[in-house]
Ligand binder design. Structure first.
Ligand SMILES: Cc1cc2nc3c(=O)[nH]c(=O)nc-3n(C[C@H](O)[C@H](O)[C@H](O)COP(=O)(O)OP(=O)(O)OC[C@H]3O[C@@H](n4cnc5c(N)ncnc54)[C@H](O)[C@@H]3O)c2cc1C
Length: 386
């Protein structure tokens, strides 16, 4: 499989790099320190079409596809993990969910606004006692006349405190476990919806994460995506998309560690020579180059398959997600070896990238969950690709 980028993909990549140089790099470190979410930057990305790659032009996207989406995520994550989060919130987990499972009216009214970031999205599976085991969620949605009444609480929800619209998972029939789960589009300004910021976390400080409380939230019956009981397949399809986004972000972090490490190894002198001249430093640089290239090939293969119509390539998605996200943490360790004390300081961005890297191992299905999918497929217990 070849990954020679097309002229359009190269042009898009350059546009994102220019945007990062102009708008993101000058503020990324300060925003993280100040815990400042810049909606303005997300809006600019929307105006530039960055959120629209896997979305057809008919609904306000640019139709450039999944590889283009991966390229954009990679470039943004190279400079800011916090901003990369938007690619799941605006694209994969909301706009694409509505594209696949919404009504034509929802597609026409909501997708263009999400893609342009006029509306901010969120996606809510996780609850205090339902993490990897999504089936154990407790939120309910009970039909009453022309509405569903939602009750429950979600936690660790990206954009919880700023979102206008959310995709929520709840049980319409708790007695049926996975088969009783349904997915809803929830207007976050509906009475009964409230959110609280999670203030203390390791990284992603420029991206709000929070709890969401649903107290007798009445949503119109049209908010149900597909049919009752269709929530779990929707969740799985969504994760096949969002794991590509996460893997692309992790690849961007790998590249960032490599770039910074090469620069530093060529500047820093000890024992009368640049540290890059020491063979033990070269050993680390070589490993970083190979890990990054391996991650890139797996991520691009996954995206290219989706562009060829294999959107539910769960196996290749899990392989890319597992490898790229763990590689980012391995590269964090390597970069810190090269930087020594300066890697531990706030003077260089590697400490921030290290905090970004750790998150990729647990988001969108932890590393263990990806390994379960990969191993069970290999052992013949459960085929990953549907
Ligand atoms: C900054 C941030 C943003 C987030 N944004 C969102 C969001 O927008 N929406 C959302 O719904 N969620 C979000 N999450 C939640 C995230 O998806 C969960 O953290 C993730 O699903 C893992 O769940 P958990 O943390 O409860 O870990 P747990 O499920 O409690 O797992 C703990 C450990 O046990 C391991 N483990 C669990 N089950 C198994 C098993 N069967 N076999 C082997 N090992 C296992 C896990 O791999 C992990 O190492 C976010 C989390 C963070 C930190």
């Amino acid at each position: 499989m070849h990954f020679d980028l097309t002229d359009d993909q190269k042009a898009l990549q350059q546009t994102v790099r220019d945007f990062c140089r102009r708008e993101v790099i000058p503020v990324a470190a300060a925003d993280e320190k100040a815990h400042r979410f810049q909606r303005e930057l997300v809006s600019q990305m929307g105006q530039l079409g960055f959120f629209g790659c896997p979305i057809p032009e008919k609904y306000g996207g640019n139709g450039m596809g999944y590889l283009a989406h991966a390229l954009v995520c990679e470039e943004i994550a190279r400079v800011s993990g916090s901003l990369r989060a938007g690619f799941n919130m605006q694209t994969m987990l909301t706009a694409r969910t509505i594209l696949k499972f919404g009504s034509e009216k929802q597609r026409q009214t909501l997708i263009p606004k999400l893609v342009r970031a006029e509306l901010l999205g969120c996606f809510a599976i996780t609850e205090p006692n339902a993490g990897s085991d999504a089936g154990s969620l407790k939120t309910t949605a009970i039909k009453k006349g022309d509405s569903y009444i939602l009750n429950g609480s979600k936690t660790w929800i990206t954009y919880a405190t700023v979102a206008d619209l959310g995709v929520f998972f709840a049980y319409t029939d708790p007695s049926k476990r996975y088969k009783g789960m349904s997915a809803f589009l929830v207007d976050m300004h509906t009475p009964g919806v409230s959110a609280r910021l999670i203030e203390e976390k390791l990284g992603w400080h420029a991206c709000p994460t929070g709890e969401v409380f649903l107290e007798d939230v009445a949503v119109p019956k049209e908010s149900l995506l597909q049919e009752e009981g269709y929530g779990f397949p929707i969740m799985m399809m969504d994760l096949d998309g969002s794991r590509l986004t996460a893997a692309s972000g992790a690849l961007g972090v790998c590249q960032a560690f490599l770039d910074e490490s090469i620069k530093y190894a060529n500047q820093r002198e000890q024992f009368g020579q640049k540290i890059g001249q020491f063979q033990m430093i070269q050993d680390v640089i070589a490993q970083m180059v190979v890990e990054t290239e391996a991650a890139r090939l797996l991520v691009y293969r996954c995206a290219a398959q989706k562009d060829q119509g294999r959107e539910n390539n769960t196996l290749e998605t899990s392989i890319a997600k597992y490898y790229a996200c763990d590689a980012a943490s391995r590269l964090a360790d390597m970069a810190l070896r090269i930087f020594g004390a300066y890697g531990y300081s706030g003077e260089y961005p590697v400490e921030r990238y290290l905090r970004d890297a750790k998150l990729y191992q647990l988001l969108e299905g932890s590393a263990n969950i990806q390994k379960l999918i990969i191993a069970q497929d290999a052992l013949g217990y459960r085929k990953a690709n549907r």
